[in-house]
Design a protein around this ligand. Structure first.
Ligand code: NAD
Length: 359
């Protein structure tokens, strides 16, 4: 049976970039002789309007029996997270399907204007706890308001989550065969217990990977080092909120959010999801850069290829990454965020041509 991927378009620019992604993915799969079943289901604000829930039961059931998910960005700030009918799908799926490892690569590329030319790193961000108040308690919300003028935010750090994100980071550093370095990012000078536990767990896992160099930085210093010496970094392992912030910073250095891909991986399921949001300022204009979503889908195919020992799927994923790089390097068909004038659909067509050897 071919793997099944549930496709969820999302809000804002989501439908525009997910349509482009499916077009590219279908071409890559066909050319690699790889089979995937794509099943489209409603999600987000469109699902709320049509079915009264942001995550309809049919969508959740489809994900339960799927091998992967392709999710478009969501306009998360408008969701009423205190009402189960209007749950934020991104948080809900990450938590309820235990997609604990948020893998966010950032790389400078020929042809792409960028602040730094020597970025080649991956942020391995813990995805299920930390400061994210809508997912870090079994019941209720981690932001508590004892009176009108006081709010307490609960940050959850567990040994289990630290150990497994550390392991994912070290395994990635080994597989990348790059600088072979893991940088642990924390604030253990202040958050002695929580980030102290994070560091303790990471160092325990590090002992199993003697060939990987390890260093650590406080989050504030890391934010500066990332700008001043991005080439130092290979794999960054960190907790949820630090990882969210550092991955946007790395994306900004390497050419912007339009190129920032991401995968949310668990033991059984993985969900492709670009780092960026739903970009309300450009929604409906047909000019969003679909590269991040396309490369997220490619990461999903590569993840599935490894799990299923399916070389054809891996070839399809790799071909998508290569075709994006080649289209960007050629520089003829770029979306406005990269200084070009192409539409989302024109960019996707250029990537398809590249895949078909006509670029
Ligand atoms: P954003 O990432 O949507 O946009 C930030 C800037 O980057 C905007 O100027 C936007 O036009 C640009 N941009 C983003 N993606 C682009 C693309 N593919 N091509 C070209 N330009 C692109 O961040 P925001 O404005 O802070 O948030 C908008 C909404 O998205 C909010 O509701 C926020 O909560 C939500 N959000 C969702 C996710 C997600 O679903 N994973 C992630 C971040 C933010």
């Amino acid at each position: 049976m071919p793997p099944r991927i549930v496709v969820l378009a999302g809000d804002g620019i989501g439908p525009e970039i997910v349509t482009a992604t499916c077009r590219v993915m279908e071409t890559a799969l066909r050319r690699a002789n790889a089979a995937v079943e794509l099943v489209h289901k409603p999600i987000g604000l469109a699902a709320l309007e049509q079915q009264g829930r942001t995550i309809p039961a049919e969508t959740e059931a489809a994900i339960k029996s799927a091998d992967g998910v392709l999710l478009g960005p969501l306009t998360t700030h408008v969701y009423d997270i205190f009402d189960p009918k209007t749950a934020n799908p991104s948080a809900y799926l990450r938590r309820n399907f235990d997609l604990y490892a948020n893998v966010r690569p950032a790389r400078s590329r020929p042809g792409v204007p960028s602040v730094a030319k020597d970025v080649d790193l991956v942020v391995m961000r813990e995805n299920t706890e930390g400061f994210y108040s809508d997912r870090n308690l079994l019941d209720g919300n981690g932001e508590l308001r004892p009176d009108a003028d006081t709010v307490l935010s609960v940050r959850v750090i567990t040994r289990k989550a630290c150990l497994r994100i550390a392991r994912a980071g070290f395994e990635l550093a080994r597989a990348r065969k790059g600088k072979r370095r893991v940088s642990l990012i924390h604030k253990a000078n202040v958050l002695r217990r929580s980030d102290g536990l994070f560091l303790e767990c990471c160092r325990e896992v590090a002992r199993e990977f003697p060939e990987i160099a390890v260093d650590d930085f406080h989050i504030d210093a890391a934010a500066m080092h990332l700008i001043l010496k991005p080439a130092h970094f290979d794999v960054i392992v960190t907790t949820n909120m630090y990882g969210d912030i550092l991955s946007d910073e790395a994306a900004g250095l390497a050419g912007g959010l339009g190129l920032a891909a991401g995968l949310n991986a668990g033991e059984r399921l993985a969900m492709a999801q670009a780092v960026h949001g739903s970009a309300p300022d450009i929604t409906g204009k047909g000019i969003a850069n679909p590269s991040a979503e396309i490369m997220s889908a490619a990461m999903l195919l590569q993840w599935l290829a490894e799990r299923r020992d399916d070389a054809a799927l891996g070839c399809a994923g790799e071909a998508m990454q290569t075709a994006i790089d080649a289209t960007l390097a050629q520089g003829k068909t770029l979306t406005p965020d990269l200084g070009g004038r192409a539409s989302t659909a024109q960019f996707a067509a250029a990537v398809v041509e590249m895949l078909e050897g006509r670029g």
